[in-house]
Structures are given as structure tokens and as C-alpha cells.
Design a protein around this ligand. Structure first.
Ligand code: ADP
Length: 546
């Protein structure tokens, strides 16, 4: 017997319609390329996204067409998020921080005929446009009188076209399984791969991300949209914020400590997300430049970190400097991304100090919808006992089934499990403890050493700003850990002192064979340590290869 409830499709159009109806006047703030702030609201974004849809249709876009964007976290990009997807087209966000060849590959592979680009990012498009034969129209996200000089002819001014467009009426009726957006993994190994989200996966993910034991987003929140709109749909924040009616603050391209602090202070931000490196920069700025009184006035309440392991030291810094609850979440482009979120259980609420940090330093528990499994090398399931570690697999309605271009189901096993290439333990309460990416784990004499645990221990030292541990070939042990440190300005630390410090945190045989202080550490375009470069650079450091 079938249920007798209504079959309304879960679409981004229904989401922006709801936002306009239920919290139309809730503000959206956005930093322009000239640094000025501009203000809109959910009703206006809804109206303008209907004009955006009309404008793109007039340019020849059809349902199913990919519309590429090369843009920062700004109002026009948000309008495109809804204007493109609700009209049945596919928003293909491209990361402008990638190398030119990767950008060319990703745009070409996605197959867009229209690309929308921020004015200050035109120089990134110029060198590759000749190798993008499919692109027919380039829309620059500015007004005609702001159009920068460019070697590319026939540029279209976004604001003028949108202003002149007649907004479309009702959004087209879409099947919720229609593709809505396309996002590529950063491709630190091999070519980037496309992940094609659907309206259904996007909305289910948004519901899950708002839940109280997930990120608990609400109409009382002011959200700083720190994760880029070009990376995993900014963790779904444009959708969750519209769902609950949160005020949204978009920083544009100004991601330095002073600019972010200004937004936190002036806009009353309560909630944010992002990679740990960003928050180290922001907290460092605040510690140096903002008085204790002014820190106390900030309304920031919770920050979720993910994309890379969050060092305990950062969780403690948030607590001690700002009284902010810093939690961790784990996910990947392939999982939309929110999969696990760290929220203490009732039985843990009394914990204080180190004991609470122990909980918060985990990647948390699976949200409803996501299932986790850890396996040994033979593909056998391992127990969730907090002791055994293995390869992490994941499945759920907002987890990929195939990369863009492959047939559905091609990239998961027969039971729907996706390989994450992460190595993890899961404890009896269901908390995920990520120990490494499979390729970063250090294999020493047949045993595994967790680079994440060592980095965590190193960043607990007050002189250390950032730490990276890589496995380096070793003549006897196959691989041994090498620790690279970036220190806070004016600080110093010698190898014996660092090894002494680490000895208090990890097993003796885990201690790095060498400790080097470096000026800078390389990062990927999404803010993760670029360990491939470090491994290549220090390959011969321990005499392991001739
Ligand atoms: P990429 O394209 O580099 O895979 P993603 O943003 O999809 O980019 O990265 C997903 C990966 O990031 C995960 O597989 C995991 O290795 C790492 N990651 C994400 N969140 C966390 C976390 N909280 N702790 C440790 N690692 C994380």
C-alpha cells in the first residue's frame, strides 16, 4: 500500500521561494571587489535569480546546460546559485586558485557554453579562453561602466543584462533527481573529477546540515560564508541559510584577518565554517590586534572546521581567546560534503578542559542519511571499537554514485559504498577518528604512523604556527616521519626540545627522524597541506633512495 502524501519535488526553486516568503527581509551582505559592502535580502535574491534565469535563457541556455562560474563569494554568485539551478540548468563552479591548465581542463570537461566571471578574475580566463572552443558567451559580474580592460572581446555586463531582463514567473517543474550543480575535486593526484549533485541530494543534505546535532543553523544566526562557493557548494551554506532564514555575510575575495574580523564585528556574525588554516590566520590577527574588551563584544558562537584535520591547539585557541565552540566536521566533495559532525553526547556534556577537547578533536558522528564502514585490506568490515583502523567507506543519498561522465553506480561497489581513501577508527559511540589519508599514512617497519596525530602534537607547542608530517623513504624502516614546522614570528625551537615535547604525546617509535623549521608550507587550492610536494622535496632526506 502506498502512502497518500503529496509528491512535491525537492528543488532549489522551492527553497528560494520559501526564503523569499518566510524571511524575505533577512539581510544578505556582500563585499564588492572595491572593498565596499552591498546589502540585499532573500526576497531580492529570489527576484534577481528569476531575472538571471531569463538573462541566461536569452543568451541561448537550455535546461541541462552547464553554466560555469569563476567567482568569489559575492551576491552575483549567490544569485547564479539559484537562477541557474532553479531554472533546470547546472551550475558549474570552478576554483580560480587552480593552475591555468586545471581550470581549462575543468571548464572544458564540464562542457559549459556560458561562463560567468568576476571582473578581477578575468586575467585568469584570458590565457585559457582560446583553448575553450565551446564557450560562446562570457558574462562579467559587474556593470558596463565597471568593465575592466581585457583582451577578450564581446564581454557581457551582468548587472545591465539582469536589470533589463523580465523575471521568469514560476520556476519550471523539475524532477528532484535533475542535476543542479557540478563541482570538481581538487585533483591533487591525477585529473580533477566532476561530482554532479542533484536537487534532491542538495536539499536532503541541507536538511541534515541544519539539524541540532549537526550544525544547528537557525533564523537567529548570522552566517559568515567563509568556505568558497567554488568548493563543494560552500558546504551547502547558501542552501541551509535559505532554508532556515539565516542572515548571510559574504566576504568577497578579502580573506585576510583584518577584513574577516571587520565582518565578524560589524555584522554580528554568530556562525561560520572553514578550513583550519583560514581560522589560524583570523585568530592570529585577533590575538595581536583586538583588545580583550572588543573580543568579548564579538557575537561569534560556533565555528565548524573541516577539509583537513583540526589541530587541538586551534580548538583550544577558539575557546580561550573568544569563548567560541569550535567543532569539527568531516566530508568530501563526493559527499556534498557534510557526513559526520562532532557534537558531544549527553554523557559527555559534563566534560571540561582536555577531556572535552578529546571529544571535539574527533571528526564526530555520522548524521542521519550517511553510513560509515571501515575495512581492512582484504575488504572485511572492522569493528567500531576505537582501536582498529582501516579504510573508510561511506554511502548515503548525498554521496556520489559515479563521477561526471561515468554511468550511474560506476564508482561505488555493488552495495553502494564509496572509497574515501581516508584511514580511520570509529569508536563504540560512533565517533570517527580520522588518522590519515591513505596516501599520507606513514608505513614504518610494517606499522602505521598517523601523520595527523603527530601534526596535532606538534601544533600543541606554543612556538608552532603550523606543522606537516610526511613519510620519507628510509633504508631500514621503509618510511620514517619527517616533521616540518612553520613557527610564529620571533619564535624558535630546536629539534631536541621538539622531540621532548612530542614524547609526551605519542609513542616513542612515532617520533620523527628529523625536525626542520621552514619559512612556509605549501597548500592546495582548497587550503590543505600539499604533501605530494613535500614528499618529493624531501625524498632523499633520510637516505632512503640513492
Ligand atoms: P579533495 O578534492 O582534496 O579530495 P575535498 O574537499 O573533497 O577535496 O577533501 C576531502 C578530504 O579532506 C577528505 O577525504 C579528508 O581526507 C579531508 N578532510 C575533510 N574533513 C576533514 C577533517 N575534519 N579531518 C581530517 N581530514 C578531513
Amino acid at each position: 500500500m502506498l502512502g497518500l502524501m503529496q509528491q512535491q519535488q525537492l528543488t532549489t526553486g522551492s527553497l528560494i521561494d520559501h526564503a523569499a516568503r518566510a524571511h524575505g527581509l533577512t539581510e544578505i551582505v556582500s563585499r564588492r571587489p572595491d572593498g565596499q559592502l552591498e546589502r540585499s535580502n532573500w526576497a531580492e535574491v529570489s527576484m534577481r535569480s528569476r531575472k538571471v534565469a531569463a538573462m541566461l535563457t536569452a543568451l541561448g541556455a537550455q535546461p541541462g546546460d552547464r553554466i560555469a562560474t569563476l567567482a568569489w563569494n559575492r551576491l552575483p554568485h549567490l544569485e547564479l546559485y539559484y537562477g541557474v539551478t532553479a531554472a533546470g540548468m547546472v551550475l558549474h563552479t570552478v576554483n580560480p586558485r587552480l593552475f591555468a591548465e586545471q581550470i581549462r581542463y575543468i571548464v572544458e570537461h564540464g562542457g559549459a557554453r556560458i561562463i560567468c566571471v568576476d571582473p578581477d578574475l578575468l586575467p585568469i580566463l584570458e590565457p585559457v579562453i582560446a583553448d575553450l572552443p565551446r564557450i560562446e558567451a562570457i558574462v562579467v559580474l559587474c556593470a558596463a561602466d565597471e568593465m575592466p580592460e581585457s583582451s577578450i572581446p564581446h564581454l557581457i555586463a551582468y548587472h545591465d543584462r539582469v536589470a533589463a531582463a523580465d523575471p521568469i514567473g514560476a520556476w519550471p517543474a523539475l524532477d528532484e533527481n535533475t542535476a543542479s550543480s557540478l563541482c570538481y575535486t581538487s585533483g591533487t593526484t591525477g585529473n580533477p573529477k566532476g561530482v554532479l549533485y542533484s536537487h534532491r541530494s542538495t536539499l536532503l543534505h541541507a536538511y541534515a546540515a541544519c539539524a541540532a546535532d549537526s550544525m544547528a543553523l537557525s533564523a537567529r544566526d548570522t552566517v559568515l560564508l567563509a568556505p568558497p562557493l567554488f568548493h563543494v557548494n560552500a558546504w551547502g551554506l547558501p542552501f541551509t541559510s535559505a532554508m532556515v532564514g539565516a542572515k548571510l555575510v559574504m566576504p568577497g575575495s578579502a580573506m585576510d584577518g583584518a577584513s574577516i574580523h571587520q565582518l565578524l564585528r560589524d555584522e554580528g556574525v554568530t556562525f561560520s565554517l572553514g578550513v583550519p588554516t583560514l581560522w589560524f590566520t583570523v585568530l592570529d590577527y585577533i590575538a595581536r590586534n583586538v583588545s580583550e574588551d572588543d573580543r568579548a563584544k564579538l557575537k561569534l558562537d560556533r565555528v565548524f572546521m573541516g577539509g583537513a584535520a583540526t589541530p587541538r591547539a586551534l580548538i583550544e585557541l577558539f575557546r580561550d581567546l573568544l569563548g567560541v565552540k569550535a567543532n569539527q566536521a568531516w566530508g568530501m566533495t563526493e559527499t556534498s560534503p557534510v557526513s559526520t559532525v562532532c557534537q558531544p553526547l549527553a554523557s559527555q556534556m559534563h566534560l571540561e578542559g582536555d577531556a572535552m577537547t578529546d571529544v571535539l578533536a574527533t571528526q564526530g558522528r555520522a548524521v542521519f542519511g550517511v553510513e560509515l564502514r571501515i575495512e581492512n585490506a582484504a575488504g572485511e568490515a572492522l569493528p567500531h571499537d576505537g582501536a582498529e583502523s582501516g579504510l573508510l567507506k561511506v554511502r548515503g543519498p548525498w554521496v556520489l554514485s559515479a563521477y561526471y561522465g561515468n554511468p550511474a553506480g560506476a564508482d561505488v561497489d555493488a552495495d553502494g559504498w564509496l572509497d574515501t581513501w581516508d584511514v580511520a577508527k570509529i569508536d563504540a559511540d560512533g565517533f570517527l577518528h580520522l588518522t590519515d589519508r591513505a596516501k599520507d599514512v606513514i608505513k614504518s617497519g610494517g606499522e602505521w604512523i598517523s601523520s595527523i596525530d603527530l601534526e596535532n602534537a606538534a601544533t600543541a607547542h606554543p612556538a608552532v604556527a603550523e606543522a606537516a608530517v610526511v613519510g620519507v623513504p628510509h633504508p631500514r624502516w621503509q618510511e620514517r616521519p619527517l616533521l616540518l614546522l612553520r613557527l610564529h614570528p620571533g619564535e624558535s625551537v630546536e629539534k631536541p626540545a621538539m622531540l621532548d615535547h612530542l614524547a609526551g604525546h605519542v609513542a616513542k617509535w612515532w617520533l620523527p627522524d628529523d625536525v626542520l623549521v621552514v619559512d612556509d608550507l605549501p597548500h592546495t587550492a582548497t587550503g590543505k597541506l600539499l604533501k605530494t610536494v613535500l614528499r618529493a622535496r624531501y625524498r632523499e632526506h633520510l637516505g632512503g633512495v640513492g
